[in-house]
Design a protein around this ligand. Structure first.
Ligand code: SAM
Length: 248
């Protein structure tokens, strides 16, 4: 039956497109993309002539119906976003839900994603991590979000904007303290890729030394919460509490 393919595209370096992604983009009847001009450039670079249709945050729900209609006619469709993996801080979630509900197959292709690419070089624990997407735009909401995540035992991954990164780091210092380990991965897979980490207060000072260090696309990672060494483990606290109850 007709299939919707989810196709990741490069996050900078065009050589990161996979053989299978090119094959699928070539073979499908239609490519649904965030921005037809943007994706048009990628397709022409690889000599692919498949037609495109826009599916972005503002028309995704309606476009889902017309995509389902095409699947019913037997057309295969690929979904791409401007860069990286669709659905990951990008459109696609509503489309995939509706296409699955309509009974069609959704085939995901593996490929570039800034979050996992950044994590792999950060030197932060990678056995468990939580992807948080973009932090809220307003400072108060950002502080609330960071406060809720203050004692998160997993590595936290955020997409961040160059305009906001210094404010965000000041808020991380305020909420989680100056010693929390953070890593900033910038311009991944591109010429000016830099991955720099340390205690958050030191990283912020380092960024302030040179405007170039806050330019471009970036992923911010925050290391897991570590209980201070002088704090008693939860189990010890519980035992103490029980002992106190028993004592006269
Ligand atoms: N779907 C994409 C993915 O799979 O990574 C993410 C789309 S989101 C709208 C764009 C954000 O991803 C950027 O603002 C930045 O935080 C991050 N990003 C994308 N490309 C990047 C790169 N080459 N280096 C660092 N961060 C990148």
């Amino acid at each position: 039956s007709a299939t919707l393919y989810i196709v990741p595209t490069p996050i900078g370096n065009l050589a990161d497109i996979t053989h299978r992604a090119l094959q699928v983009l070539q073979d499908v009847d239609l490519i649904a993309c965030e921005d037809t001009r943007h994706t048009g450039k990628l397709l022409s670079h690889f000599g692919i002539g498949t037609s495109t249709m826009s599916v972005h945050d503002h028309n995704e729900r309606q476009r889902a119906q017309s995509i389902i209609h095409r699947l019913q006619q037997g057309q295969n469709i690929a979904l791409v976003s401007d860069a990286g993996t669709p659905l990951i801080s990008d459109p696609g979630y509503h489309l995939v839900t509706q296409v699955r509900e309509a009974g069609f197959t959704v085939v995901p292709l593996p490929g570039p994603c800034a979050a996992t690419t950044a994590l792999c070089a950060a030197g932060l624990p990678s056995d468990r991590f939580a992807f948080e997407g973009f932090l809220p735009a307003k400072s108060k909401a950002r502080i609330d979000t960071l406060t809720a995540l203050m004692e998160e035992p997993r590595t936290l991954i955020f997409y961040e904007s160059p305009r906001r990164v210094l404010d965000t780091l000041a808020e991380v210092i305020e909420v989680m303290g100056p010693e929390r380990q953070v890593v900033l991965a910038r311009e991944l897979t591109k010429s000016f890729e830099t991955i720099h980490g340390g205690p958050v207060a030191e990283l912020r000072e380092w960024l302030l030394e040179d405007d170039n260090r806050t330019r471009g696309e970036m992923v911010l990672m925050i290391g897991p919460y570590r209980a201070p060494e002088d704090a008693l483990p939860a189990e010890a606290l519980r035992t103490t509490e029980l002992l106190c109850q028993e004592l006269p």
